[in-house]
Design a protein around this ligand. Structure first.
Ligand SMILES: Cc1ncc(COP(=O)(O)O)c(C=O)c1O
Length: 386
C-alpha cells in the first residue's frame, strides 16, 4: 500500500497504547504452574528458577554470564561498581533517555556528562564523545566510562562508540534496559559491550510481573564481582563481606514468570518486527520513522515516530481512541534532579528537538494487523488534516 493511502473504512475500535492482558491469557496456565512450584519448594531467594533462567538467557544471547538482578537500575549500579566507577569520575550518557541512566551515575558518586544523540537512531552520537571527554577534564573529573543506551530497543553504534572509547581510555557499559532480544553488528545484545544491563520491567520486550533485571558479560572477573555485589558483597556461601554490596537479587518468582515468557519470546520479537514493518510501509512519507530493521535488529520495545505539532497530533489521535505515549518529553539536562551536574555549556540540540517531536505508537506482541492499520489510518488522517 502506498504512502498516504487510507484503507476502505472499517469499524473503528479503541487501540490502547499497551495491553499485556492477552499475553497473560496465553501464558496464564504455564505461569500459574511455575509460580505454584516456587511456592511448593519455598526457595524464594536465588531458587533453582533463577539459575535456570540465567542459563537460558546465556544460551539465548550467546553470552558467557547472565546474572539475574533486582531491576534494570540496580543492574546499572552493579555494573558501575564492578567497573570501579566512583567519586571524581565522569560517565558519558546520552541526553535523550530515561532518567535512571544518569541517576545511577550520581548514585555511585560520579558525575554524568550529557552527550547529544544521533537524529536518525536517537542513540548516543559517537562524534560527541571527544568533546564530552574534554569538558569532563576541564571540570577536573576523570572520564571513566561511556554508557550508551539502546533506545526504544535499537542497539547503539557500539563499533564506533568502542573506537572512541578506546581512544579516550573509557570503559563501555551498555544500558540495554530496552533492547534485550535485539542484535547489533555480529552479536546479540549482551555481547556488544564488556558489560550490559537489561531491565525486565513488565512493559519491556521481556517483562516480569514486577521489577527485575540482568547483568550480562563475557568476562569472568566482572561476573564474579557482580555476583558478590548482588548478595551484600559475599563470595559464594561465605559469611564475610568481600566488598560493599547490596540486596540486588532477582526474585525466584519473577524468574519463574520470565522462564514462561522466554518460551514465547522469539515469536514475540518476530511479531514486534512485523508490526514495525507494517507501520513502516503505511507511514513512509507521513512522518519521521525509526530506522529500518537492518543491519541492526531492534527489539522494538517502542515504535516512536516524529511529528511536528506533536501535542496536537497526539490529542487528535486520542479523539480517535488511539493510545500513544511520550518517551521522552524532557531531555535529561532539563530535569531538576540533574541541574547541579550541568556544566552550563551543554549543546544538546538534537535531544531537545526530539523531545518536542517524538510520539510512541501502540507496539505490543498481541496487537493485531487490523489494530496497527487502524493506528496508521488515524495518523495519516490527522497528518493530512494538518
Ligand atoms: C534506558 C533505561 N535505563 C534504565 C531503566 C531502569 O530499569 P528498571 O525500571 O528496571 O529499574 C529503564 C527503565 O525503563 C530504561 O528505560
Amino acid at each position: 500500500m502506498s504512502a498516504y493511502a487510507l484503507r476502505a473504512p472499517v469499524e473503528n475500535r479503541p487501540v490502547p497504547f499497551f495491553d499485556l492482558k492477552p499475553q497473560q491469557a496465553r501464558l496464564r496456565h504455564d505461569i500459574d504452574r511455575r509460580v505454584a512450584k516456587v511456592m511448593d519448594h519455598g526457595q524464594f531467594i536465588l531458587g533453582p528458577e533463577v539459575q535456570e533462567l540465567e542459563q537460558q538467557l546465556e544460551e539465548f544471547s550467546h553470552v558467557k554470564h547472565v546474572i539475574g538482578v533486582s531491576s534494570g537500575r540496580d543492574a546499572l549500579i552493579m555494573a558501575l561498581m564492578a567497573m570501579g566507577v566512583g567519586a571524581g569520575d565522569a560517565v558519558l550518557v546520552p541526553a535523550f533517555t530515561f532518567s535512571a541512566t544518569a541517576a545511577v551515575v550520581i548514585a555511585v558518586g560520579a558525575t554524568p556528562i550529557f552527550v547529544d544523540v544521533d537524529a536518525t537512531t536517537y542513540n548516543l552520537a559517537p562524534e560527541g564523545i571527544a568533546g564530552a571527554v574534554a569538558s569532563a577534564r576541564a571540570r577536573g573529573l576523570t572520564p571513566k566510562a561511556v554508557m550508551p543506551v539502546d533506545l526504544f530497543g535499537l542497539p547503539a553504534d557500539y563499533e564506533a562508540i568502542g573506537l572512541e572509547a578506546e581512544a579516550h581510555g573509557l570503559k563501555v557499559i551498555a544500558d540495554a534496559a530496552q533492547s534485550f532480544g535485539g542484535r547489533g553488528a555480529g552479536a546479540f545484545v549482551g555481547a556488544l559491550a564488556p558489560i550490559s544491563c537489561v531491565s525486565f520491567y513488565p512493559t519491556k520486550p521481556l517483562g516480569a510481573f514486577g521489577d527485575g533485571g540482568a547483568v550480562l558479560t563475557n568476562e569472568d572477573d566482572l561476573a564474579e564481582q557482580v555476583r558478590q555485589i548482588r548478595t551484600h558483597g559475599r563470595q559464594g556461601d561465605g559469611d564475610e563481606a568481600m566488598r560493599i554490596g547490596m540486596t540486588g537479587r532477582l526474585d525466584t518468582i519473577q524468574a519463574a514468570v520470565l522462564l514462561s515468557k522466554l518460551s514465547v519470546f522469539k515469536a514475540e520479537l518476530n511479531r514486534r518486527a512485523e508490526i514495525a514493518a507494517l507501520y513502516r510501509e503505511r507511514l513512509a512519507g507521513v512522518c519521521g520513522l525509526p530506522p529500518a530493521d537492518h543491519p541492526h535488529r531492534s527489539a522494538w520495545a517502542l515504535y516512536t515516530v516524529r511529528v511536528p505539532n506533536r501535542d496536537a497530533v497526539r490529542a487528535a489521535l486520542a479523539e480517535r481512541q488511539i493510545g500513544t505515549a511520550l518517551f521522552y518529553r524532557v531531555p535529561l539536562h532539563k530535569h531538576p534532579a540533574f541541574a547541579s551536574v550541568l556544566s552550563g555549556d551543554e549543546d544538546l540540540r538534537v535531544s531537545e528537538s526530539l523531545s518536542h517531536q517524538v510520539l510512541s505508537l501502540p507496539m505490543w506482541p498481541d496487537l493485531s494487523d487490523e489494530d496497527a492499520h487502524q493506528v496508521a489510518d488515524a495518523l495519516i488522517e490527522v497528518m493530512r488534516a494538518g
